[in-house]
Design a protein around this ligand. Sequence first.
Ligand code: PHB
Length: 392
Amino acid sequence: MFVKRVTTGLMTIAAATFAVGGAFAQDAIKVGLIMPMTGQQTAVGKQVVAGARLYMQQVGATVAGKKIELIVRDDAGVPDNTKRIAQELVVNDKVAFLAGMGLTPLAFAVAPVATEAKIPLIVMVAATSVVTERSPYIVRVSFTLPQHSVAIADWAVRNGSKKALTLVSDYAPGVDAETFFKARFMAGGGQIIDSLRVPLMNPDYAPVLQRARDSNPDTLFVFMPAGLAGVFVRQFVERGLDKTAIRLIGPPDLTDDDELNGMGDSMIGVVSSGNYSASHPSPMNQAYVAAFKAANNGLRPNFISVGGYDGMHLVYEAMRKTNGSTNGDALVDAMKGMSWESPRGPISIDPQTRDIVQNIYIRRVEKVNGELYNMEFATIEAMKDPGKAGPK
Ligand code: PHB
């Protein structure tokens, strides 16, 4: 009896010691960043992780007296992986934040995990309007397809486009892009000749490019997620469509800074909408581009990278506001309404929707000092996600 009590006592002490050790170990606040680092979306993962790491390098790894630890995991862009990794990060690593989400279906897969664990999920890429509605713990720092699609539709109708064809990747953000471009273009008096969709994975553009040539629109609106436009543009040019009168337009994915130089001079003059350009003329952005290139073998930051950079800012400032508390509800509350300057310009988090409010710029591809850039020439200021109100 006595022996048993001593043993139990020792076990209690051992358990207590273990708990203290655990508490020490948890002094670091962990951020679980899940991105595609392999597979078709690799370039997206690279940009986000580089942005997140750069922020930490510049600001340091401590906030509100706590050390921030970034844990990067590769989901290869497969939703089942993303969900499993998120669960592991919550259960085994005890992360205080989940972050990343390189494609919309990946964010959909993780949303219930964030809700159940009551942990903020910082969406750094996934851009379908409805993503933020999938969990009250989601806060988005990237952009939405309705933001970009409405902005470029308005520019197109104001600048002579009358008959458009739309071409999108056949999944949720593509449907958003098509729906919002169409509605806005038609509201401005334009006509949509046809709406074509191609599979997200390994798309074949030959039939749709033929269709585009045959139906002779004056404007071709194209959306495919970051990292895929290079292949499309190559085929567009190979088929000589750049020599026709068709005006090629789209969201920033189409003239992605990451791929633009490789697309070649036939892109000069292409107009797109975008939340960020490497050529954005603010001093903060000039410093951002220089530091990003220095840290990544000369890689140019694109509109995806700022999601990683600003997402880490959100983590740090939320921690500062809660004085180091990792209560998920308190952190999400702290993020609501937060506003700051990003390399892309002024941004904020809409307190009602937890979605990003930002300038959307209209840009034209130009050659500057021997390199192709998206040069901003018009700004729609502080745009909320038009998707929350439905297409108009
Ligand atoms: C998305 O899947 O929501 C997505 C990913 C990358 C983009 C745009 C949209 O560039």
